[in-house]
Design a binder for this molecule. Sequence first.
Ligand SMILES: *Cc1c(COP(=O)(O)O)cnc(C)c1O
Length: 457
Amino acid sequence: MKTIIEPFRIKSVEPIRMSTPAERAAWLAEAGWNLFRLPSERVVIDLLTDSGTGAMSSEQWAGVLRGDESYAGAPSFFRFARAVEDLTGFTNVLPTHQGRACERILCELLLRGRTTPSGRRPVVPNNAHFDTTRANVEHGGAEALDLLTDAGRTPGLVAPFKGDMDLARLEALLAARADDVPFVMITITCNTNGGQPVSLANLRAVRALCDRFGKPLILDACRFAENAWFVKQREPGQAGRAVRAIVREQFDLADGATISAKKDGLVNTGGILLLRDPELFRRASDLLILTEGYVTYGGLAGRDLEAMAVGLGEVTDDDYLRYRVRSVEFLGERLLAAGVEIVRPPGGHAVYIDAAKLCPHLPAERFPGQAVACALYEVGGVRSCEIGTVMRGEPAPMELVRLAIPRRTYTQSHVEYVVEVVTEVAARAATLPGYEIVEAPPALRHFSARFRPLNAT
Ligand SMILES: *Cc1c(COP(=O)(O)O)cnc(C)c1O
């Protein structure tokens, strides 16, 4: 059969509250035209993020009931640690409440108080830092340097591995300033440029450069399974391998990893910090106890650890990954067919609409991404996320609107509805009003700013 179906049945349902465009227009005004300020009951289809918004399986919920809430040494922790070891080969495993807690600990260990022989700030290269990773690196006093290839920085270009690191630039950096680089990071899949995958060939080459210059390699491995699926589909010689073997090779190439389990851990909250070096692991454990919790729970409940242990097994299932990646691709294809420009090819977890192309009448300071995001909400109750000048805080290189797909949550008819809404918004794009900010905090303004459409009083 060529129809790819959702490989699950639905056992428990959550109602979607339907609403009318008139109701939504009023709610939007009440929220200061900022979608983060909307109560989620007022949203029809919520594509704000894929982080922690997925559905858990019946086996995960069974794990929740099994969770042992002992303070120290709970069997839930050992089941979790064994699942992580089976998947990644790492034996030094720390649970955290989410990905950024891993980043905070890693940066405190490897960056804080570090001086360089050149007297310049240390620099951490990455294919592209996710925003919390960048913030943690900078908070540690270092420069966060993005080294995507030219292809990776060209939204309309179709290429198989647009998450790859630019090897020539990494080599040049290491050759010129090896002593200033405490470690190298690489993000799989690369969230910042659209959920684009990294090839195994690229990972191996980055590893070889790290070996040559004696640098640890840390994976930001939030979407390790989606990345492995793309490798299996797209990389020469990989089609016959099991996803778990590819996942294992990804981790085998690294000295450590930070993971937000809210993505490919298939849970609503949780994180995992992995470190090969025993001394570093010991120091990370001390920091974990200081701010997160004891080493066998790390700020989570025993039931969360059980759900993660099960989720880490389910996420590498071929049927799940085929459906997951195909459903995102399907949304992308349908939008392209409707004449809507997107970042190509669609990534593993989201489709990014090019709002600058859709609204050429709106300059950056009139927030074209915000205009499209507000229209998607008003027309169809679809909540998306502006990734452009509003989020960046200054004119951004691209004005994007991200439609992030929660895992195992929406069906094909929901996706078809979203296509209809985007198509309708695209048809009236030329008439969408620009926006101005009426009130904003000094930092991270996109979460709480209030806006006003420029044709309104
Ligand atoms: C989500 C994410 C993080 C941070 O994880 P949180 O669980 O949100 O703290 C780090 N890196 C990437 C690539 C992510 O997508």
